[in-house]
Write a protein that binds this ligand. Structure first.
Ligand SMILES: [Zn+2]
Length: 136
């Protein structure tokens, strides 16, 4: 379940920062490594802060997930734990490309999570011997 940040309610209660911990199921279509899949849910920890002058919401996300499947080089069984961090700003009403917009006083995280996940994904999955072989 992906939570939202209810900016209006937070400001009304004078809460200007917080942390959300949640997990969500990744869409399989973000992953285009052959024979690889997500093992379980993506774990997310999101720190957020509301800027009081313009109600821009700044967010820092940390994603952790595991990929499993066949090694992209030798097809042996492989799995990889991945941790990825990213920052974003959510601007009320605005949308100038660099930033995410939000409307109705609520920040919806879905698009940011999906984008972060796409950036977090490796281009292939390697088993340990192949990963070692590539390093040498
Ligand atoms: Zn391999």
């Amino acid at each position: 379940m992906i939570p939202e940040i209810d900016v209006r309610a937070c400001v009304a209660r004078q809460i200007y920062e917080g942390t959300l911990s949640f997990s969500f199921q990744a869409d399989d279509d973000v992953l285009d490594i052959p024979f690889a899949r997500f093992q379980g849910d993506v774990q997310a920890v999101l720190d957020w802060a509301i800027l009081t002058d313009n109600r821009t919401v700044e967010a820092h996300i940390k994603l952790a997930f595991t990929l499993e499947g066949a090694c992209s080089r030798c097809l042996a069984e492989a799995s990889e734990d991945i941790v990825y961090e990213a920052d974003a700003s959510f601007v009320p009403g605005g949308d100038d490309g660099e930033e995410y917009a939000y409307a109705g006083g609520k920040v919806v995280l879905k698009e940011f999570l999906r984008d972060s996940l796409v950036f977090a994904l490796p281009s292939r999955l390697l088993c340990k011997p192949c990963a070692q072989w590539e390093k040498e």
